[in-house]
Design a protein around this ligand. Sequence first.
Ligand code: BG6
Length: 296
Amino acid sequence: EHCKGVNGLDKVVLREVRGCSAEVYLYGGHVTSWKNEHGEELLFLSSKANFNPPKAIRGGIPICFPQFSNLGPLESHGFARNRFWSIDNDPPPFPINSSNKAFIDLILKHSEEDVKVWPHRYEYRLRITLGPGGDLMLTSRIRNMNTDGKPFSFTFAYHTYFAVTDISEVRVEGLETLDYLDNLKNRERFTEQGDAITFESEIDRIYLSTPTKIAILDHERKRTFVLRKDGLPDAVVWNPWDKKAKAMPDFGDDEYKHMLCVEAACIEKPITLKPGEEWKGRQELSAVPSSYCSGQ
Ligand code: BG6
């Protein structure tokens, strides 16, 4: 279903038989909503989110391409999140079987604007699928279309904002004992010591070479998000906490309590593609009732 969203921006709504749904804005190729069969929102979207291009939408799943954060010469998180994507009506076959699933194919190609800041030709195909159980899958295929024989390199993240009841009651499992780069300490490398990650202050880390499955446990709501990823070795964990929240104009002062970003990413070792080569990276999210009960 193709319709108009906030500020008349084009959006696509995906629906699944049991009532799960997802919303995708063509602006940014940006998933802004993912609801379970009870109509509960599973992604965080700021009440102050800006739907005014060229600003990126605060919340949902921004696409960070071709640069994660400010790790290079481009604007923070690259430009894909503030470009207008198109619906791809004739995508080349995807290896995953999408029959009986609601999905949309989007495409972004280099524009003249892009080429000025990143002198490469590319085709970026994004398939967003809502599975029969309400699972949300994002598959990216990025191809080097350069005709000058030049390779290009990029870093990437699905900057996923999960909705949580109370950040101080959340834990993340699957990143124990891993090395991470701490964005709050000049990207110095540390090793995670704790059992699971819990939150009591600002956090901004790039966990390196993580397992393909990460769990985010929302104790209050007895819900666990399971993030599975493929082709994306790293995982970013971010919460701005109170001070940074206040400094962000498109983020409510207290909203940090109700969100957590866990992002399937490829950052430490950039992806390099020769002309004609294609890279594929996938993130799959599910939300299941939690078996975790504190103190029991
Ligand atoms: C996270 C980064 O992924 O995104 C943080 O690790 C950054 O350093 C955050 O502050 C938000 O970025 P932006 O550009 O959307 O405000």
